[in-house]
Unconditional design. Structure first.
Length: 87
C-alpha cells in the first residue's frame, strides 16, 4: 500500500506542472491571405489583458521581447467600474 501511495504521489508531482502552465505551443500555419505564421508559444486565454507577454511591463520568456501594448486590441471590452478587460 505504501509503495502504491508513493508511486501515485510521484505521478501527480510530475503531471501537475504540465496542467498548471499558463501558455501553450501554437503549430505553424498559413493565414487565408497567404502569410506564413511560424510556430510559437502563446499565453492561454483568460480574459486578462495584464498578464499577456505583449502587455507593457511583461517580457516574453522565449524571445526576451518586452511587452509594448498599453491597451487591449478592439476584441477586448473594458468592464466599466473596474480595471479589468474581457472578451
Amino acid at each position: 500500500m505504501k509503495k502504491a501511495l508513493i508511486t501515485l504521489l510521484a505521478v501527480l508531482a510530475l503531471a501537475t506542472p504540465a496542467f498548471a502552465q499558463g501558455y501553450h505551443y501554437v503549430q505553424p500555419y498559413t493565414r487565408s491571405d497567404g502569410t506564413y505564421v511560424q510556430p510559437h508559444y502563446q499565453t492561454n486565454p483568460d480574459r486578462s489583458f495584464q498578464n499577456n507577454w505583449s502587455t507593457m511591463g511583461n517580457v516574453n520568456p522565449y524571445t526576451g521581447q518586452e511587452g509594448y501594448r498599453t491597451q487591449p486590441s478592439n476584441r477586448l471590452i473594458h468592464n466599466s467600474g473596474s480595471s479589468q478587460w474581457s472578451y
